[in-house]
Design a protein around this ligand. Structure first.
Ligand code: HEM
Length: 267
């Protein structure tokens, strides 16, 4: 199978997962309360799982989908590496795919904050400190994503995260993904193939949601696998160095195609 066909299938899988996440998320929002006082946020999350009809199912679906979304977004990024033709368009697509992974990671992070428990408060402070330390863009990012006047997770900062999670991030993600739409999408995927792909993704995710019910939060707390490197760094070195490492990694990844082109031209 050629690369463009794989790209089209992966793109279709990604869009299906995001629509599924949006529909599930919208249903969760009906019963979610973004208020920190008297642990209302945490209680609403617990009651969605325990008392709301099929709440446990949509909660599990929303949580399980995250793993597939992260894997597929990384796959999309890998498929956008084009060593043979480095043009403005391919560089823009590469940047788009890197941005997609970052937005998704932040969507997961903000989702975890919404739970409003002790880990959410801790993650909010640590995340805020690390983002603040990212060189050049850190202060602006912190201003956009966190509350500059609140170090701790309080109702105002939770509502901000909530708005980011259900509105700002999905809109941004939708726009970035729309701009990345493979040119040959229609030629590579017939309507029947598209329907089969969409139905398979939905079926697999629903099966996962039934087979892997959401376990009670593990104690001691275990972060998601994709956050493990940041979790490890943050435990062993100060936020300023973690911010520096993330910033330099980001810069190198973004400029990878340009560095590669310069190197190839120099040879
Ligand atoms: C890329 C898209 C999204 C990702 C990766 C994502 C991820 C997450 C994660 C990881 C959680 C924490 C779940 C838990 O530990 O219980 C969460 C919670 C939540 N999400 Fe999303 N989400 C996305 C989109 C949306 C959208 C579009 C909405 C609403 C329209 C939404 C509404 C919610 C709500 C209300 C909660 C808190 C309720 C609960 O956890 O039961 N999400 N999300």
């Amino acid at each position: 199978m050629e690369r463009n066909s794989i790209l089209s299938i992966v793109y279709c899988v990604m869009m299906t997962l995001l629509v599924l996440q949006g529909v599930g998320g919208a249903l969760l929002s009906l019963n979610y309360i973004p208020v920190m006082e008297e642990l209302q946020a945490l209680k609403s999350v617990q009651s969605i799982g325990a008392t709301v009809k099929f709440g446990w199912f949509f909660q599990t679906l929303h949580k399980q989908c995250v793993h597939s979304i992260v894997i597929v977004s990384i796959l999309l990024m890998i498929l956008n590496i084009r060593k043979e033709e480095i043009t403005v368009t391919t560089i823009a697509k590469w940047w788009g795919s890197v941005l997609t992974v970052l937005i998704i990671l932040f969507a997961v992070y903000s989702g975890n904050i919404l739970v409003g428990d002790g880990y959410a408060s801790q993650s909010y402070q640590i995340g805020g400190n690390i983002v603040n330390e990212i060189p050049l863009i850190g202060v602006m990012l912190h201003f956009l994503l966190f509350s500059s006047n609140q170090q701790e997770l309080q109702t105002f900062s939770l509502v901000r995260m909530y708005v980011n999670h259900i509105l700002f991030l999905p809109i941004l993600l939708g726009t970035v993904l729309y701009l990345q739409k493979p040119r040959e999408l229609r030629e590579n995927l017939t309507p029947i193939e598209t329907i089969i792909t969409i139905l398979s993704v939905i079926l697999v995710q629903i099966t996962f949601a039934f087979l892997l019910p959401l376990n009670a939060k593990t104690i001691p707390y275990q972060p998601d696998w994709f956050f493990l490197p940041i979790h490890y760094l943050q435990q062993h070195i100060p936020s300023i160095i973690t911010g520096l490492i993330i910033g330099s990694l980001l810069l190198s990844v973004l400029f990878l195609p340009i560095i590669y082109r310069k190197k190839r031209e120099g040879l």
